[in-house]
Design a protein around this ligand. Structure first.
Ligand code: SPD
Length: 352
Protein backbone atom coordinates (compact mmCIF):
# COMPACT_ATOMS: atom_id res chain seq x y z
CA UNK A 1 0.00 0.00 0.00
CA UNK A 2 1.01 3.60 -0.44
CA UNK A 3 2.53 5.95 2.12
CA UNK A 4 0.61 7.21 5.17
CA UNK A 5 -2.19 9.65 4.57
CA UNK A 6 -1.81 13.31 5.41
CA UNK A 7 -4.21 14.82 7.93
CA UNK A 8 -5.21 18.39 7.19
CA UNK A 9 -7.92 20.78 8.31
CA UNK A 10 -10.56 21.16 5.66
CA UNK A 11 -11.09 24.77 4.62
CA UNK A 12 -14.80 25.36 4.04
CA UNK A 13 -14.13 27.91 1.35
CA UNK A 14 -11.24 28.09 -1.06
CA UNK A 15 -9.14 31.21 -0.34
CA UNK A 16 -9.22 33.98 -2.91
CA UNK A 17 -5.56 33.44 -3.83
CA UNK A 18 -6.29 29.82 -4.84
CA UNK A 19 -9.16 30.95 -7.03
CA UNK A 20 -6.79 33.14 -8.94
CA UNK A 21 -4.23 30.33 -9.25
CA UNK A 22 -7.04 28.08 -10.45
CA UNK A 23 -7.89 30.56 -13.14
CA UNK A 24 -4.35 30.72 -14.47
CA UNK A 25 -3.95 26.93 -14.28
CA UNK A 26 -7.15 26.57 -16.25
CA UNK A 27 -5.93 28.94 -18.93
CA UNK A 28 -2.72 26.92 -19.20
CA UNK A 29 -4.83 23.77 -19.41
CA UNK A 30 -6.51 24.90 -22.58
CA UNK A 31 -3.22 24.29 -24.34
CA UNK A 32 -2.60 20.88 -22.75
CA UNK A 33 -3.71 17.50 -24.04
CA UNK A 34 -5.92 15.29 -21.87
CA UNK A 35 -4.34 12.12 -20.55
CA UNK A 36 -7.13 9.89 -19.29
CA UNK A 37 -4.88 6.93 -18.36
CA UNK A 38 -4.04 7.94 -14.83
CA UNK A 39 -7.24 9.90 -14.03
CA UNK A 40 -5.21 12.90 -12.93
CA UNK A 41 -6.50 15.24 -15.50
CA UNK A 42 -4.38 17.48 -17.62
CA UNK A 43 -7.50 19.44 -18.51
CA UNK A 44 -6.24 21.52 -15.61
CA UNK A 45 -2.78 20.38 -14.47
CA UNK A 46 -2.73 19.43 -10.80
CA UNK A 47 -6.50 18.94 -10.72
CA UNK A 48 -8.58 15.77 -10.83
CA UNK A 49 -11.38 15.99 -13.39
CA UNK A 50 -14.16 13.44 -13.40
CA UNK A 51 -14.75 12.66 -17.05
CA UNK A 52 -17.17 9.87 -18.00
CA UNK A 53 -19.58 8.93 -20.80
CA UNK A 54 -22.16 8.75 -17.99
CA UNK A 55 -22.10 12.59 -17.92
CA UNK A 56 -20.92 13.73 -21.34
CA UNK A 57 -19.88 17.32 -21.80
CA UNK A 58 -19.19 18.11 -18.17
CA UNK A 59 -16.46 17.40 -15.64
CA UNK A 60 -16.30 18.34 -11.99
CA UNK A 61 -12.74 19.12 -10.89
CA UNK A 62 -10.98 19.07 -7.53
CA UNK A 63 -7.54 20.45 -6.85
CA UNK A 64 -5.11 17.68 -5.86
CA UNK A 65 -2.67 18.28 -3.00
CA UNK A 66 -1.19 14.79 -3.00
CA UNK A 67 -1.90 11.36 -4.42
CA UNK A 68 -1.97 8.93 -1.50
CA UNK A 69 -2.71 5.64 -3.26
CA UNK A 70 -3.06 4.26 -6.77
CA UNK A 71 -3.72 0.59 -7.42
CA UNK A 72 -5.42 -1.78 -9.82
CA UNK A 73 -7.59 -4.50 -8.32
CA UNK A 74 -9.12 -7.43 -10.19
CA UNK A 75 -12.13 -5.21 -10.88
CA UNK A 76 -11.12 -1.57 -11.18
CA UNK A 77 -8.58 1.23 -10.74
CA UNK A 78 -8.51 2.49 -7.18
CA UNK A 79 -7.14 5.91 -6.22
CA UNK A 80 -7.08 8.05 -3.09
CA UNK A 81 -5.93 11.66 -3.14
CA UNK A 82 -5.80 14.55 -0.73
CA UNK A 83 -7.83 17.40 -2.17
CA UNK A 84 -7.49 21.06 -1.24
CA UNK A 85 -11.07 21.56 -0.13
CA UNK A 86 -12.91 18.24 0.34
CA UNK A 87 -10.39 16.23 2.39
CA UNK A 88 -9.38 12.80 1.14
CA UNK A 89 -11.17 11.50 -1.95
CA UNK A 90 -11.82 7.87 -2.98
CA UNK A 91 -11.97 7.33 -6.76
CA UNK A 92 -12.86 4.09 -8.58
CA UNK A 93 -12.24 3.88 -12.33
CA UNK A 94 -11.95 7.66 -12.48
CA UNK A 95 -15.26 8.32 -10.69
CA UNK A 96 -15.51 9.96 -7.24
CA UNK A 97 -17.12 7.59 -4.72
CA UNK A 98 -16.75 9.73 -1.63
CA UNK A 99 -14.95 12.67 -0.12
CA UNK A 100 -14.42 13.17 3.61
CA UNK A 101 -16.32 16.44 3.55
CA UNK A 102 -19.59 15.43 1.88
CA UNK A 103 -19.87 11.63 2.30
CA UNK A 104 -22.43 12.12 5.07
CA UNK A 105 -24.99 13.44 2.58
CA UNK A 106 -24.98 10.13 0.73
CA UNK A 107 -24.30 7.50 3.40
CA UNK A 108 -26.80 8.89 5.90
CA UNK A 109 -29.59 9.29 3.37
CA UNK A 110 -29.23 5.90 1.59
CA UNK A 111 -29.32 4.25 5.03
CA UNK A 112 -31.79 6.20 7.13
CA UNK A 113 -34.46 6.66 4.45
CA UNK A 114 -35.17 2.89 4.54
CA UNK A 115 -34.31 2.10 8.17
CA UNK A 116 -36.34 4.97 9.65
CA UNK A 117 -39.31 3.79 7.59
CA UNK A 118 -39.78 0.43 9.37
CA UNK A 119 -40.08 -0.43 13.04
CA UNK A 120 -37.29 -2.46 14.67
CA UNK A 121 -35.10 -3.52 11.74
CA UNK A 122 -33.13 -6.60 12.83
CA UNK A 123 -31.32 -8.11 9.84
CA UNK A 124 -29.81 -5.79 7.25
CA UNK A 125 -27.84 -6.60 4.10
CA UNK A 126 -25.56 -4.10 2.37
CA UNK A 127 -24.45 -4.86 -1.18
CA UNK A 128 -21.34 -2.88 -2.22
CA UNK A 129 -20.49 -0.10 0.20
CA UNK A 130 -16.99 -1.48 0.76
CA UNK A 131 -15.80 1.84 2.21
CA UNK A 132 -17.88 1.03 5.32
CA UNK A 133 -19.89 4.26 5.46
CA UNK A 134 -23.29 2.61 5.10
CA UNK A 135 -22.57 -0.03 7.75
CA UNK A 136 -21.41 2.78 10.05
CA UNK A 137 -24.90 4.27 9.66
CA UNK A 138 -26.74 0.92 10.03
CA UNK A 139 -24.84 0.32 13.26
CA UNK A 140 -26.62 3.30 14.86
CA UNK A 141 -29.75 1.15 15.29
CA UNK A 142 -29.86 -0.76 18.56
CA UNK A 143 -32.62 -3.02 17.17
CA UNK A 144 -30.29 -4.37 14.46
CA UNK A 145 -28.83 -7.77 15.35
CA UNK A 146 -26.96 -8.69 12.16
CA UNK A 147 -25.38 -6.59 9.43
CA UNK A 148 -24.17 -8.56 6.40
CA UNK A 149 -22.10 -6.70 3.84
CA UNK A 150 -21.13 -8.18 0.48
CA UNK A 151 -18.43 -6.19 -1.35
CA UNK A 152 -16.81 -7.54 -4.50
CA UNK A 153 -13.50 -5.69 -4.22
CA UNK A 154 -11.30 -6.34 -1.18
CA UNK A 155 -8.98 -3.52 -2.24
CA UNK A 156 -11.80 -1.01 -1.62
CA UNK A 157 -12.21 -2.35 1.93
CA UNK A 158 -8.46 -2.32 2.65
CA UNK A 159 -7.87 1.13 1.19
CA UNK A 160 -10.85 2.54 3.08
CA UNK A 161 -9.62 1.09 6.38
CA UNK A 162 -6.23 2.70 5.81
CA UNK A 163 -7.21 6.12 4.50
CA UNK A 164 -10.79 6.73 5.70
CA UNK A 165 -10.97 5.60 9.35
CA UNK A 166 -14.01 7.78 10.10
CA UNK A 167 -15.90 6.04 7.29
CA UNK A 168 -14.64 2.46 7.68
CA UNK A 169 -15.27 2.61 11.45
CA UNK A 170 -18.45 0.63 10.66
CA UNK A 171 -16.33 -2.53 10.34
CA UNK A 172 -15.53 -2.33 14.06
CA UNK A 173 -19.13 -3.14 15.02
CA UNK A 174 -19.38 -6.78 16.18
CA UNK A 175 -22.72 -7.27 14.38
CA UNK A 176 -21.01 -6.80 10.99
CA UNK A 177 -20.17 -9.85 8.85
CA UNK A 178 -18.07 -9.03 5.77
CA UNK A 179 -18.45 -11.25 2.70
CA UNK A 180 -15.97 -10.58 -0.10
CA UNK A 181 -17.69 -11.66 -3.31
CA UNK A 182 -20.22 -10.96 -6.00
CA UNK A 183 -23.39 -9.37 -4.63
CA UNK A 184 -25.52 -10.88 -7.38
CA UNK A 185 -24.44 -14.43 -6.51
CA UNK A 186 -24.68 -13.71 -2.77
CA UNK A 187 -28.28 -12.57 -3.04
CA UNK A 188 -29.30 -15.54 -5.20
CA UNK A 189 -28.17 -17.85 -2.39
CA UNK A 190 -30.02 -15.98 0.40
CA UNK A 191 -33.00 -17.93 1.81
CA UNK A 192 -36.37 -16.32 1.07
CA UNK A 193 -37.54 -13.64 3.50
CA UNK A 194 -34.21 -13.31 5.36
CA UNK A 195 -33.78 -9.54 5.62
CA UNK A 196 -35.77 -6.60 6.95
CA UNK A 197 -33.79 -4.25 4.73
CA UNK A 198 -31.35 -4.41 1.83
CA UNK A 199 -29.20 -1.40 0.92
CA UNK A 200 -27.41 -1.38 -2.43
CA UNK A 201 -24.53 1.09 -2.28
CA UNK A 202 -23.15 0.63 -5.77
CA UNK A 203 -20.95 2.60 -8.09
CA UNK A 204 -22.39 3.64 -11.46
CA UNK A 205 -23.77 1.03 -13.88
CA UNK A 206 -20.59 0.65 -15.85
CA UNK A 207 -17.94 -1.88 -14.78
CA UNK A 208 -18.46 -4.18 -11.79
CA UNK A 209 -21.79 -2.62 -10.72
CA UNK A 210 -23.67 -3.03 -14.00
CA UNK A 211 -25.74 -6.06 -12.95
CA UNK A 212 -26.85 -4.26 -9.79
CA UNK A 213 -29.13 -2.10 -11.95
CA UNK A 214 -30.79 -4.98 -13.81
CA UNK A 215 -34.16 -6.66 -13.30
CA UNK A 216 -32.94 -10.12 -12.14
CA UNK A 217 -30.99 -8.45 -9.36
CA UNK A 218 -34.09 -6.61 -8.11
CA UNK A 219 -35.99 -9.90 -8.22
CA UNK A 220 -33.36 -11.48 -5.97
CA UNK A 221 -33.66 -8.56 -3.54
CA UNK A 222 -37.45 -8.92 -3.35
CA UNK A 223 -37.07 -12.63 -2.62
CA UNK A 224 -34.49 -12.00 0.10
CA UNK A 225 -36.78 -9.52 1.91
CA UNK A 226 -39.48 -10.44 4.42
CA UNK A 227 -43.07 -9.26 3.71
CA UNK A 228 -43.08 -5.47 4.19
CA UNK A 229 -39.26 -5.43 3.95
CA UNK A 230 -37.50 -2.46 2.34
CA UNK A 231 -34.78 -1.82 -0.20
CA UNK A 232 -32.78 1.33 -0.87
CA UNK A 233 -30.60 1.41 -3.97
CA UNK A 234 -28.34 4.02 -5.54
CA UNK A 235 -30.46 5.34 -8.43
CA UNK A 236 -28.45 8.05 -10.17
CA UNK A 237 -29.37 11.62 -11.12
CA UNK A 238 -32.58 13.10 -12.49
CA UNK A 239 -30.48 15.66 -14.36
CA UNK A 240 -28.35 13.11 -16.17
CA UNK A 241 -29.86 9.64 -16.10
CA UNK A 242 -33.62 9.86 -16.55
CA UNK A 243 -33.48 6.90 -18.97
CA UNK A 244 -31.76 4.73 -16.34
CA UNK A 245 -34.21 5.87 -13.67
CA UNK A 246 -37.21 5.12 -15.90
CA UNK A 247 -35.98 1.55 -16.41
CA UNK A 248 -35.34 1.05 -12.69
CA UNK A 249 -38.78 2.42 -11.75
CA UNK A 250 -40.48 0.22 -14.37
CA UNK A 251 -38.68 -2.89 -13.11
CA UNK A 252 -39.30 -2.07 -9.46
CA UNK A 253 -42.99 -1.44 -10.08
CA UNK A 254 -43.28 -4.95 -11.50
CA UNK A 255 -41.30 -6.58 -8.70
CA UNK A 256 -42.05 -4.70 -5.46
CA UNK A 257 -45.76 -4.97 -4.68
CA UNK A 258 -45.65 -2.64 -1.66
CA UNK A 259 -44.52 0.84 -2.68
CA UNK A 260 -42.01 2.29 -5.14
CA UNK A 261 -40.51 5.74 -4.60
CA UNK A 262 -37.59 7.90 -5.74
CA UNK A 263 -35.85 10.20 -3.25
CA UNK A 264 -32.75 12.33 -3.62
CA UNK A 265 -29.96 14.15 -1.86
CA UNK A 266 -27.34 16.72 -2.73
CA UNK A 267 -23.69 15.70 -2.87
CA UNK A 268 -21.45 18.54 -4.09
CA UNK A 269 -18.81 16.22 -5.53
CA UNK A 270 -21.20 13.96 -7.47
CA UNK A 271 -22.04 14.70 -11.09
CA UNK A 272 -24.75 17.03 -12.35
CA UNK A 273 -23.23 20.00 -10.59
CA UNK A 274 -23.68 22.86 -13.04
CA UNK A 275 -21.01 25.42 -13.79
CA UNK A 276 -21.18 28.75 -15.48
CA UNK A 277 -18.58 28.86 -18.23
CA UNK A 278 -16.86 31.89 -16.77
CA UNK A 279 -16.73 30.54 -13.25
CA UNK A 280 -15.53 27.12 -14.38
CA UNK A 281 -12.14 28.63 -15.16
CA UNK A 282 -11.86 29.43 -11.48
CA UNK A 283 -12.91 25.94 -10.47
CA UNK A 284 -16.20 27.11 -8.92
CA UNK A 285 -19.17 24.83 -8.41
CA UNK A 286 -22.33 26.76 -9.24
CA UNK A 287 -24.94 24.19 -8.14
CA UNK A 288 -24.35 21.07 -6.07
CA UNK A 289 -24.39 17.62 -7.65
CA UNK A 290 -27.21 15.28 -6.74
CA UNK A 291 -27.92 11.58 -6.59
CA UNK A 292 -31.11 9.60 -6.02
CA UNK A 293 -32.28 6.41 -4.39
CA UNK A 294 -35.06 3.94 -5.17
CA UNK A 295 -37.01 3.11 -2.01
CA UNK A 296 -39.29 0.10 -2.40
CA UNK A 297 -41.13 -2.32 -0.16
CA UNK A 298 -42.41 -5.84 -0.64
CA UNK A 299 -46.02 -6.87 -0.23
CA UNK A 300 -47.03 -7.10 3.42
CA UNK A 301 -47.32 -4.53 6.20
CA UNK A 302 -47.62 -1.12 4.54
CA UNK A 303 -44.50 1.04 4.42
CA UNK A 304 -45.05 4.77 4.01
CA UNK A 305 -41.53 5.94 3.22
CA UNK A 306 -42.47 9.60 3.33
CA UNK A 307 -43.42 9.50 7.01
CA UNK A 308 -40.70 7.85 9.13
CA UNK A 309 -41.99 5.60 11.93
CA UNK A 310 -38.58 4.89 13.46
CA UNK A 311 -37.00 8.34 13.85
CA UNK A 312 -33.29 8.14 14.51
CA UNK A 313 -33.00 11.81 15.50
CA UNK A 314 -34.36 10.84 18.91
CA UNK A 315 -32.75 7.38 19.02
CA UNK A 316 -30.54 7.09 22.11
CA UNK A 317 -28.23 4.68 20.25
CA UNK A 318 -26.77 7.80 18.73
CA UNK A 319 -25.08 8.73 21.96
CA UNK A 320 -22.43 6.06 21.22
CA UNK A 321 -21.84 7.25 17.66
CA UNK A 322 -20.82 10.62 16.26
CA UNK A 323 -23.90 12.80 15.74
CA UNK A 324 -25.63 12.73 12.36
CA UNK A 325 -24.33 15.49 10.13
CA UNK A 326 -26.94 15.55 7.38
CA UNK A 327 -30.06 13.43 7.93
CA UNK A 328 -33.05 14.58 9.94
CA UNK A 329 -36.77 13.79 9.85
CA UNK A 330 -37.73 16.96 7.96
CA UNK A 331 -35.15 16.20 5.27
CA UNK A 332 -36.44 12.61 5.14
CA UNK A 333 -39.91 13.73 4.06
CA UNK A 334 -38.57 16.46 1.79
CA UNK A 335 -36.29 14.02 -0.05
CA UNK A 336 -39.33 12.53 -1.81
CA UNK A 337 -40.43 15.88 -3.28
CA UNK A 338 -39.39 15.96 -6.92
CA UNK A 339 -39.00 18.72 -9.47
CA UNK A 340 -41.97 18.72 -11.86
CA UNK A 341 -40.11 17.31 -14.86
CA UNK A 342 -38.90 14.29 -12.86
CA UNK A 343 -42.15 13.81 -10.95
CA UNK A 344 -44.10 13.54 -14.19
CA UNK A 345 -41.89 10.78 -15.58
CA UNK A 346 -41.33 8.86 -12.33
CA UNK A 347 -44.99 8.99 -11.24
CA UNK A 348 -46.15 7.76 -14.64
CA UNK A 349 -43.81 4.77 -14.44
CA UNK A 350 -44.37 4.11 -10.74
CA UNK A 351 -48.15 3.99 -11.09
CA UNK A 352 -48.46 2.14 -14.42
N1 SPD B 1 -21.31 8.69 -9.40
C1 SPD B 1 -20.83 8.04 -8.20
C2 SPD B 1 -21.86 7.27 -7.47
C3 SPD B 1 -21.23 6.55 -6.30
C4 SPD B 1 -22.23 5.91 -5.43
N2 SPD B 1 -21.61 5.07 -4.41
C5 SPD B 1 -20.79 5.75 -3.50
C6 SPD B 1 -20.20 4.86 -2.46
C7 SPD B 1 -20.14 5.52 -1.14
N3 SPD B 1 -20.28 4.60 -0.09
Amino acid sequence: MAEESVVTDLPMKRPREDEENGASAATEAMETETNSNDYISSVIPGWFSEISPMWPGEAHSLKVEKILFQGKSDYQNVMVFQSSTYGKVLVLDGVIQLTERDECAYQEMITHLPLCSIANPKKVLVIGGGDGGVIREVARYTSVEQIDICEIDKMVVDVSKKFFPDVSVGYEDPRVILHIGDGVAFLKAVPEGTYDAVIVDSSDPTGPAQELFEKPFFESIAKALRPGGVVSTQAESIWLHMNIIEDIVTNCRQIFKGSVNYAWTTVPTYPSAVYSSGLMLRGFVFFSGMIGFMLCSTEGPTVDFKHPVNPIDSNDSQSKSKPLKFYNSELHTAAFCLPSFAKKVIDSKAQS
